[in-house]
Design a binder for this molecule. Structure first.
Ligand code: ATP
Ligand code: MN
Ligand code: MN
Length: 396
């Protein structure tokens, strides 16, 4: 005891969907470092490297104690040479030189600022950087054509880069619920995404809407959006018809009625009255709350000096709405609860271990050449031969 060599090695199963990952993370220094490298890889459109770092971080999130020595990591899955080097650097020197130099790099800083604009992805940001645009001031000055989403994103930049609290999510939930019930009595709404996993803050609020009678949900989204718009709740919205049928052929390609799956990416106007309407007090500083991870970014905040900062009686919040027919509800619920890595691992498990194809719409068994029905998340896990993992333990 106390001797490093005697510290017991950790053991975890290889797929994140076989593990229970709560929000209690004993290795935040290590997982923050690996997540930053994952983010940097994703922002550089190196998705393979991004996933590798995400998987490594997820293994460390599942450990019951802080890592004290490299020997404890022996035999753990998903820890490649690169991730191990980063961990070793931190354990021995208190920080990873690669992480520190990435954080300081002009390219990373510029990618963070530019992709912090709603509607701007890694590719657009990269193009702007090659055109000499590194911050919001330069973006405004050189004026590339912005689409409607990006204009809204820029206009609400500060608000949208503030974490959303659970009480804000609940306040928005009350409004959306009211809208849903007024446009389609009997329809119901579920909070999904990070808040369903028990997170105290998020980058947006996600809702899934359905009706217990198959088919009644058709046409719901446009009505819902009109209602919210007429009441002045939407600063921006883009409704997308599900493009599943048009997507390239795959075994999980649904047989019918999949084109009803609609979603709406919106920017919600949350006013003080709506906030007051909720029973829950603001809890922005609770344990686990995020601060906007700007990593010392040189944000050009001149944009907002024209506005009375902090004095407007509302804030902008990203809200995602998804409508699903009841026959697909369990798949939609599972697919939109996240985390993103947990979802990716579920699909990998299904494909590699079970010869099945899982999507947010359906589960197809390639061996039996048939779709497997499910009316609950529990049934889907059972079909996949996995122990049920509740939402609060899907924080991989
Ligand atoms: P945060 O608190 O940062 O919002 P989150 O887990 O809620 O975290 P989201 O980006 O809101 O993250 O995504 C929630 C879930 O919805 C994830 O499981 C993700 O896989 C799924 N999702 C997000 N966007 C899409 C999309 N365009 N198509 C299908 N699923 C999506
Ligand atoms: Mn979310
Ligand atoms: Mn979302």
């Amino acid at each position: 005891q106390g001797n490093e060599a005697e510290v017991a090695a950790f053991s975890v199963p290889s797929y994140a969907c076989q593990r229970r990952t709560t929000l209690e993370n004993h290795n935040t220094v290590l997982t923050d470092a690996l997540s930053l490298l994952a983010e940097n890889a994703e922002l550089s459109e190196e998705d393979g490297r991004g996933v590798a770092f995400r998987r490594a971080a997820a293994v460390l999130k599942a450990l019951p104690k802080p890592v004290a020595s490299m020997t404890q990591l022996r035999g753990l899955p998903c820890l490649g040479e690169h991730s191990l080097r980063v961990i070793k650097d931190i354990l021995e020197n208190g920080a990873s030189s690669e992480v520190e130099s990435t954080k300081q790099s002009e390219r990373y800083k510029a990618l963070k600022v530019l992709t912090g604009i709603f509607g701007v992805g890694a590719r657009t940001a990269d193009r702007w950087i090659r055109d000499g645009i590194h911050n919001l001031r330069q973006l405004q000055d050189s004026g590339p054509t912005l689409n409607r989403a990006q204009q809204a994103g820029l206009e609400h930049y500060d608000d949208l880069n503030q974490p959303v609290s659970k009480s804000d999510a609940d306040a928005i939930g009350e409004v959306v619920e009211k809208a849903v019930v007024s446009v389609l009595p009997g329809a119901h709404m579920t909070l999904i995404g990070g808040f369903r996993r028990g997170k105290l803050t998020g980058h947006d609020v996600d809702f899934l809407i359905t009706h217990p009678e198959e088919g009644r949900e058709v046409g719901l989204m446009p009505k819902l959006v009109s209602w919210l718009e007429s009441q002045g709740f939407l600063l921006y919205q883009k409704t997308t018809r599900n493009s599943y049928l048009e997507s390239k052929d795959g075994p999980a390609r649904p047989a019918s009625n999949m084109d009803r799956f609609e979603r709406c990416f919106s920017i919600f106007k949350l006013t003080k009255e709506e906030k007051r309407g909720t029973k829950h007090p603001e809890t922005l500083t609770e344990n686990g709350a995020q601060t906007p991870d700007n990593g010392g970014l040189d944000l050009d905040l001149d944009l907002d000096q024209t506005k009375p900062a902090g004095h407007k009686p509302w804030r902008a919040v990203r809200v995602d709405l998804v409508v699903s027919p009841i026959s697909q509800f369990a798949f939609a619920l599972l697919g939109w609860t996240g985390s993103k890595l947990f979802e990716r691992e579920l699909r990998r498990w299904a494909g590699h271990e079970k010869s099945m194809s899982l999507s947010s719409h359906a589960l197809y068994d390639n061996r039996q050449s048939k779709y497997l029905r499910a009316t609950s998340e529990e049934e889907i896990f059972a079909h996949l031969g996995l122990e049920f993992v509740p939402p609060s333990e899907r924080n991989a």
